[in-house]
Design a protein around this ligand. Structure first.
Ligand SMILES: [Zn+2]
Length: 251
C-alpha cells in the first residue's frame, strides 16, 4: 500500500514511543508522515525528526495562537528561520485561524496578519500551506481565495458542505482524518467530494478513531479502507489515487 499522512504532530508522541510508532506506520504502508509544527520549539523538533526518520518530512509554521503569544520581532525571526529552511521543508504548516482561541477582535486581527504573512511566505518559497481552521472556516477560505492561494490542504475542516465544495472547486485539498470512523461530517466529505480532492491525515496524536484514544500514522490504513467502503472501491486503488494527490501537491 502507498499511504500518506499529510498532517501529524510526531513531536507530541512520547520520546520512547516514537520509534515504534514510526515502525508501525512503515509496516502499514505509510510512505510519508508530514510532521507539522506550531511554535519555535516544535519547528526545530520537526527538522530533527526529519533527520532521524527517512519517512518523516517537515512542515514548518506558527499556529494561529502564537500571533498573540509571540512578540512581533520573534515572529519575524521565526519566519526568517523558516525561509532559511526552504530546501529542507515540504510545506508551511500548521498555519491558519482559530476564532475559538482568539479572545477578541484584536487577537483575530493579529491571527489574520500572521496567517497572511505565512501564506505569503508559502508562495515565496513555492510550498503548499497546511491550514488549520476552527470556528473560522469562512474566514480561512475567503483569505485563501483573496490571496490567490492554489496549493492548500484544509486540515480537519469543519465548514458546511457548501463551503467544502467551494474550497474543493478552488483547487484546495480537504483531508479525511482518522476520526472518520465516528464522524458523520468526514464520512459525508468522503462521499461528496471526488477522490481527486482528498488527502489523508491523522493529526496524531489527536483525532483518533476512538473518542479518547490516540491516533498514530499507521491508522491511515483504516481511514483508506473506510473511504474505499464509502466509495464502493478497492482499498488499494483508493490508496494509489490519494497517494498520487499527495505527490502532485507536495512535489
Ligand atoms: Zn494539527
Amino acid at each position: 500500500m502507498l499511504l500518506a499522512d499529510v498532517h501529524a504532530h510526531l513531536d507530541l508522541i512520547g520520546e520512547n514511543e516514537r520509534k515504534a510508532v514510526v515502525e508501525r506506520a512503515i509496516a502499514a504502508g505509510v510512505k510519508v508522515i508530514i510532521s507539522n509544527s506550531v511554535d519555535p520549539k516544535s519547528i526545530r523538533k520537526a527538522l530533527e525528526l526529519q533527520q532521524q526518520f527517512g519517512v518523516v518530512k517537515a512542515a514548518l509554521g506558527l499556529y494561529p495562537t502564537e500571533a498573540a503569544r509571540l512578540p512581533a520581532a520573534a515572529i519575524e525571526g521565526e519566519l526568517n528561520f523558516i525561509r532559511s529552511c526552504r530546501a529542507r521543508i515540504v510545506a508551511l504548516g500548521e498555519i491558519g485561524l482559530d476564532y475559538q482561541e482568539a479572545k477578541g477582535d484584536r487577537e483575530r486581527r493579529q491571527q489574520q496578519r500572521l496567517f497572511e504573512l505565512q501564506l505569503g511566505l508559502a508562495k515565496e518559497l513555492g510550498k503548499p500551506a497546511i491550514v488549520h481552521s476552527r470556528q473560522a472556516e469562512k474566514g480561512v477560505v475567503e483569505t485563501l481565495m483573496r490571496l490567490g492561494c492554489k496549493r492548500v490542504v484544509l486540515h480537519a475542516f469543519h465548514g458546511s458542505m457548501k463551503l467544502v465544495k467551494a474550497a474543493a472547486e478552488a483547487g484546495f485539498y480537504v483531508t479525511i482524518p482518522t476520526n472518520i470512523r465516528r464522524s458523520s461530517h468526514f464520512q459525508a466529505i468522503a462521499r461528496e467530494l471526488p477522490l481527486s480532492k482528498l488527502l489523508t491525515e491523522t493529526d496524531a496524536p489527536y483525532l483518533a478513531a476512538e473518542k479518547d484514544g490516540k491516533s498514530e500514522p499507521s491508522h491511515i490504513a483504516a481511514t483508506v479502507a473506510r473511504i474505499a467502503a464509502i466509495k464502493g472501491m478497492d482499498a488499494e486503488e483508493v490508496a494509489n489515487i490519494l497517494y498520487g494527490n499527495y505527490q502532485r501537491l507536495f512535489s
